[in-house]
Design a protein around this ligand. Structure first.
Ligand code: ASP
Length: 342
């Protein structure tokens, strides 16, 4: 007989943990320790649920790397005691946070499932219950005494995704996330179905490595028609800048103006890492397909392939924090580390 899974539910903030104050109509945070009273169905799940909450839960617009480390610390501290983790955050920056956590754990062999909701738990039409209950159920699944999932995922509106492949696509629909360049890992219907061919294999006995050095000085620079020298220069001249996610057009294309090329070149020579990521939701950078991307490759811009902007930002902050030597950096970035790129 398999033993009951122990799941740690970590509440960081966001709509999911809110209730409506019917007098003022405003949303307010409720005491998360009372979660089982709000959702008595949790008592029916075939696992043991423990809860921990940020003392001061945050709207995920206030999320930052210090909180990423806080989440990582909670998981690390409880890693051996628990069989799985469900992390509740606001949806607005959930793809950034969950991508970052995926890089901060190497050799993760237990599930870290992120979820949240579009409507608060106390709302009659809430999506919180389904998201939360199924996320916990998924985290609790064991096969041959091993967790079924051994990676950081995001569960939302009946779909389980690899977290570092996701992006938030809707501010209103319950179906708020998508994983444009990678199939869902699973789907919840009458049965919970998993796409075995894309799930990361759980390899027991590999020692968990936890990384907490996250570089602060990284920016996202989105190209737009008419972007001028002053704008690009002011960004690339930020003191102590270490890395740039350059959101280019289509298959990775950028203007060929001399001033633009020279600015990029100058900064690459100063060992600032520049990553080419497409603005398109679907598809990949195809460096060298057009002249407008070929030169980027030649001057040493790093190819982000089909990575999302959220994941690219997290990966860049993580890899710079790890002090990867300049010579190896391009190759390391262009290699999938946690299934974040094809
Ligand atoms: N503003 C909220 C947040 O991201 C929205 C949500 O939770 O869905 O924290």
């Amino acid at each position: 007989m398999t033993k009951k899974s122990k799941i740690l539910l970590i509440y960081t903030g966001g709509t999911i943990g809110m209730v409506k104050d019917y007098e003022s109509n405003a949303l307010k945070v409720f005491n998360f320790e009372q979660i089982k009273e709000k959702i008595p169905e949790l008592n029916l799940l075939d696992c043991i649920i423990y809860t921990v909450s940020f003392e001061n839960p945050i709207d995920s617009s206030n999320m930052n790397p210090k909180y990423w480390v806080k989440i990582v610390n909670i998981i690390e501290k409880n890693y051996n005691k628990m069989d799985g983790f469900v992390v509740l955050t606001g949806t607005d920056t959930m793809s950034y946070t969950s991508s970052a956590i995926s890089f901060m754990f190497e050799n993760l062999n237990k599930p870290g499932i992120f979820t949240g909701s579009q409507l608060p738990i106390g709302d009659l039409r809430t999506d919180a219950k389904e998201n939360l209950i199924t996320a916990i159920q998924i985290a609790a699944i064991q096969e041959n005494n091993l967790p079924k999932i051994g990676e950081v995922c995001l569960y939302f509106e009946y779909k389980l995704y690899r977290a570092n492949r996701t992006t938030k696509i809707s501010s209103e629909q319950f179906d708020a996330f998508n994983s444009p360049n990678f199939p869902p890992l699973g789907e919840s219907g009458v049965h919970l179905n998993f796409n075995k061919s894309v799930l990361k294999k759980v390899v027991p006995n590999k020692k968990l490595i936890v990384r907490k050095k996250i570089e602060a000085n990284v920016v996202i620079l989105k190209l737009f028609p008419g972007i001028n020298e002053q704008v690009v220069q002011s960004i690339l001249e930020i003191p102590d800048l270490k890395g740039v996610i350059l959101e280019t057009y289509g298959a990775g294309n950028a203007p060929t103006s001399k001033w633009f090329i020279n600015l990029l070149k100058k900064n690459i020579q100063k060992n600032i890492f520049i990553i080419n990521v497409t603005q398109c939701v679907y598809g990949s950078v195809l460096s060298g397909l057009y002249e407008t991307s070929n030169y980027l490759k030649k001057i040493g811009v790093i190819d982000g392939k089909d990575i999302t902007t959220e994941s690219a930002l997290a990966k860049l902050k993580y890899l710079i924090g790890e002090n990867i030597p300049v010579k190896e950096f391009k190759n390391t970035f262009e290699t999938p580390l946690r299934g974040e790129m094809s």
